[in-house]
Design a protein around this ligand. Sequence first.
Ligand code: FAD
Length: 303
Amino acid sequence: MSWDAVIVGAGPAGLSAALNLARARRRVLVLDSNRPRNSATFHAHGFLSRDGISPLELRRLGREELEAYPEASYETSPVELVETSQAGFTITHKNGVAEASTVILATGLRELPPTLPSLRAFYGTSAHSCMECDGYEYADKPIALIGETDDLAERALLMSQWSRDLIVFTNGVGAVTPADEARLAGLGIRVDRRAVTDVAGDRSGITGVVLADGSTVPRVGVFVRPQYEAVLDFAASLALHRDHEGLVLVDPDGRASVPGVYAMGDVTPPGPQQLIVAAGTGARVAAALNRDLLGFHEAPPVR
Ligand SMILES: Cc1cc2nc3c(=O)[nH]c(=O)nc-3n(C[C@H](O)[C@H](O)[C@H](O)COP(=O)(O)OP(=O)(O)OC[C@H]3O[C@@H](n4cnc5c(N)ncnc54)[C@H](O)[C@@H]3O)c2cc1C
């Protein structure tokens, strides 16, 4: 049996695409490795009608809705290889092999946060990466931004919308120009270029940022600027066009550079966004794919 679509990844992007394809009476198989990037957090914010829900509960509800449709099937089984074949694509996963006319990549990103020994213990509760997701809870509170990238000043400016009691820790690496530093100072935001060794905390959460000189700067919340990577080794043989960060290049409806391959959610530019955005792209890609299978679309190449 060949599926109309196999979806790799069951985050909000994958589940939303699957739901909409099932409702278009497309036979769809969802394969997931059960490693959601947001599982560290207890509360996901900003998803209309579900503000504050546990991300795992959101996922459970999505899966439950999907599995009510006989057109859809869901397996927890990591995908190991996707290759072109006579049917379209052959998808080898841990539990077996599937054939499909189309493949949708919705695998999200792997996050590489700064290597601070205690960060993991607080990640998702008082250490975060997404200001739009978790900034509201820190309104006007003493917080820190820790990162080593050259977009720290831009991030700090964004964070000032929630709190100006903000210190930017560059760890001696992140580039903040003197002009940016002066602009931030005008908002009351300080830049600290000393080496950071850890975060301090107790049962209430983070209490400070620990520096190499032995001092601890009191803070109640920390936002980190992680690096991200798209892990798509399983699709290497497709030779998809990707950008300089490894994200899959797609047209506005999620068509990738190989006909029959679609991608959506965080694995596509501009990278990490929000749950509802990922779910939205899923619905959009499903509509496009359904039409493409009817021969509606002559896709221009994605570059
Ligand atoms: C700590 C944290 C907190 C966050 N809080 C919020 C918030 O409050 N509000 C908000 O809107 N957003 C939040 N986000 C962002 C949000 O989680 C993401 O933008 C969203 O989950 C992206 O959806 P996605 O479907 O693209 O990818 P993901 O949700 O990352 O899902 C990708 C799925 O693909 C699976 N997968 C990967 N590789 C394979 C493979 N080879 N085979 C099979 N399956 C595979 C993974 O297991 C995973 O289930 C948060 C993120 C983090 C890290």
